[in-house]
Design a protein around this ligand. Structure first.
Ligand SMILES: Nc1ncnc2c1ncn2[C@@H]1O[C@H](COP(=O)(O)OP(=O)(O)O)[C@@H](O)[C@H]1O
Ligand SMILES: [Mg+2]
Length: 405
């Protein structure tokens, strides 16, 4: 295909020191019906000036000129932000030189005694150039869109965590406070009544109250577990113990050490990953046993949650309305990590989180404002993993009336 005569005229820069050869090129293009403006220059400074002054659709260049070659001209063109296609239009230069020129990034080579090809070569060079440009633009747009998506995800995740911490705090302060006051009052009534019926009622109210306290503690723990302040190992052990208690399925935890120091953001990502993986196991897997492995070696934190349950086919994982695993993938990305899920129907599932750790990572306590007030702070030296702290609502109190927190 040749340049459409109806399209906009091509702007061509021709580096050529022979007026006769320039005229031949002009003639060849006219014969082929290529609408163009053709500007001739024959020195490097003029070539550079022309490039600076306007945008060209294509550059034609003789190979050998007075005191320089097309390679010198190419050195001026290649660094341009969007260099136009560069076509050698020259006498014989030998195959090796032509191949070298293409390798450098020049678009094509046309021999002067084969001028009839020129229009075709120019058209093709422009098409290839345009396709490359469009592809580069699409890649850049995709990258920008992925960056925006990642920023949005990070923002959403941190909003969710903040919101959770705020809700946990409110449950602690308002509901926890009210329930504690009720407990004092019920105990007071129990102590001061001599009617056995009333005493039984008070006992039953105290029992119901205990359940309500238990429920709000559970909710708070799920929202923002204070155990996280004791480090990732302790938090994962707590999750596993909880899982065992709820399901009766053994969940073994293996860790590289008693304490793994990671930045708070990484810790939260790892914790939520273990939490969702265990929730998935409860919902979908029906396993006989579960294994959690936590390790930091060679600058990489890995968390692996494996079950020997039903497993899944790839299509299940990508269900349109399931956001658990997809959410984990996005979460991992917010701290530079990634998630691998390996599974086959009938052969269990393994969810592996990998996060590169910063070189000199240290445990920074999670910001105080994100913690519910009942959270015990473990500032200072990292403590070894210990038994999960009891989530604490206001303590069971001696029954002094009116002693509300
Ligand atoms: N441990 C597992 N064992 C078997 N199937 C699983 C497991 N984890 C996830 N799946 C399958 O992958 C799907 C997607 O999981 P997920 O994204 O967490 O969504 P959801 O749990 O809300 O269904 C699940 O619906 C389930 O079919
Ligand atoms: Mg899920």
């Amino acid at each position: 295909m040749h340049c459409a005569t109806s399209g906009p005229a091509l702007n061509i820069l021709h580096l050529e020191d022979s007026p006769a050869d320039h005229a031949l090129a002009r003639l060849a293009l006219r014969r082929a019906g290529v609408e163009c403006t053709l500007q001739q220059v024959d020195t490097l400074p003029d070539f550079e000036r022309a490039l600076a002054a306007q945008r060209f659709d294509v550059i034609l260049a003789d190979y050998r000129l007075a005191g320089f070659t097309a390679l010198d001209a190419w050195k001026l063109v290649a660094p341009l932000p969007a260099p136009p296609p560069f076509v050698l239009l020259s006498g014989a230069i030998g195959e090796a030189a032509a191949v070298d020129a293409m390798r450098l990034g020049m678009a094509d080579f046309v021999a002067k005694d084969d001028m009839a090809r020129l229009a075709h070569v120019i058209t093709r060079a422009i098409e290839v150039h345009e396709a490359r440009r469009a592809r580069a633009q699409a890649v850049a747009e995709l990258a920008a869109s992925q960056r925006r998506l990642a920023e949005l995800t990070e923002h959403l995740q941190s909003s969710i965590e903040q919101e959770r911490a705020a809700i946990a705090r409110e449950i602690h302060d308002d509901i926890g406070g009210a329930l504690a006051a009720l407990r004092f009052d019920i105990a007071w009534i129990r102590r001061h009544s001599h009617d056995p019926k009333l005493q039984r009622r008070a006992d039953s109210a105290a029992e119901t109250l205990q359940q309500a306290l238990g429920a709000s503690q559970r909710i708070m723990m799920n929202l923002r577990p204070p155990i996280l302040d004791q480090g990732l190992v302790a938090a994962v052990q707590w999750l596993a113990a909880n899982f065992e208690r709820r399901t009766g399925v053994p969940a073994r935890v293996r860790t590289g050490g008693e304490y793994i120091a990671v930045p708070p953001a990484v810790q939260l990502v790892a914790y939520r990953t273990a939490q969702e993986a265990l929730t998935n196991i409860i919902k979908h897997a029906q396993p006989r046993q579960v294994r959690l492995e936590l390790a930091d070696s060679e600058g990489m934190l890995t968390l692996e949650v494996t079950d020997d349950g039903r497993g899944m086919a790839p299509a299940q994982r990508d269900k349109p309305k399931a956001f658990g695993l997809k959410g984990l993938q996005e979460r991992a990305r917010t701290v530079g990590g990634w998630l691998d899920v390996s599974s086959q129907p009938g052969r269990g599932t393994s969810v592996i989180l990998s996060i590169p750790l910063p070189p000199a990572q240290s445990l920074v306590p999670a910001p105080r404002e994100n913690l519910p007030d009942n959270t015990e702070s473990t500032e200072g030296a990292p403590s070894p993993a210990r038994a999960p702290a009891q989530a604490s609502l206001p303590p069971a109190a001696p029954d002094a009336p009116g002693n509300t927190p």
